[in-house]
Design a protein around this ligand. Structure first.
Ligand code: ZN
Length: 254
């Protein structure tokens, strides 16, 4: 079995402080990484926003088949050059990208989708002190990302994200969330961008232990397997580019 190189990017800001610290004492990235811990087919790298280049140097990205992303308060502080390189890596090289929860507002995800909005300008959301019960219905039961799941995933408490999400039409819709307050949300959305596949998965508010749930771990593993390109993400820039006799005058490019 081919090894899948998974990099987990975490903003690692709120989880240094209460109330999030008690929920994720080792950081949210540790809980996400635990999804892959017992599976030797994955090789993990952890990147956090405070690291040089946010832990996402070209070297790290070039050795990543699937990048899983959790971010929130510091979305706007992300270096544009890093966001651009992540997008290039997806489109050009086929790297998979998973946007978790408030990564809906991250630069790479929004650029890949061609959207731009802040949390308050989009759809509907409610953060109540206790959150809301969420039932994540599987609407594509035959899809590899849904492999091994029951009809739905029950999440006792999460921040409500509701429609209209203001996203492009996904290539495939995998999950729809029902909320006890009456809202619904397209919570598992799959898109193709160039050579890459990208997956938005909305559960995962930082104040609730959602990334400790075994079913969520299964979705993350399934997603990493499905999004990893066959043979691994690899750089192919220049292949065939401007090869052969130019049929037009290209001197303006010199
Ligand atoms: Zn949240």
């Amino acid at each position: 079995m081919n090894e899948i190189r998974v990099t987990i990017f975490c903003e690692h800001h709120q989880d240094r402080f209460e109330p999030v610290k008690s929920v994720y004492p080792n950081g949210m990235h540790a809980a996400i990484a635990a999804a892959f811990a017992e599976e030797p087919s994955f090789r993990l790298t952890i990147a956090t926003q405070d690291m040089p280049s946010h832990g996402l140097t070209k070297e790290v990205l070039e050795h990543t088949d699937v990048l899983i992303w959790w971010s929130h308060l510091d979305n706007n502080l992300l270096d544009d050059a890093v966001a651009d390189e992540v997008c290039r890596r997806v489109v050009r090289d086929g790297m998979g990208f998973v946007a978790l929860h408030s990564a809906s507002f991250s630069k790479p995800w929004q650029r890949l989708l061609g959207i731009e909005y802040e949390a308050g300008e989009w759809g509907r959301f409610r953060t109540m002190p206790k959150g809301e019960r969420e039932r994540l219905w599987i609407v594509a039961p035959g899809h590899p990302i849904c492999e091994g799941l029951e009809d739905f995933i029950e999440i006792p408490q999460d921040e409500m994200y509701g429609e209209p999400m203001l996203i492009p039409e996904p290539n495939k819709l995998l999950f729809i969330a029902w909320w006890e307050g009456g809202d619904v949300c397209r919570s598992g959305t799959l898109f193709e961008r160039g050579r890459g596949k990208i997956f938005g998965f909305t559960p995962g508010h930082e104040e609730f232990p959602i990334y400790d749930q075994p079913e969520i771990h299964r979705v993350l593993r399934n997603a990493a397997r499905f999004l990893a390109p066959p043979g691994g993400a690899r750089k192919r820039a220049g292949e065939g580019h401007l090869s052969g006799e130019a049929l037009e005058d290209l001197s303006h490019r010199m």
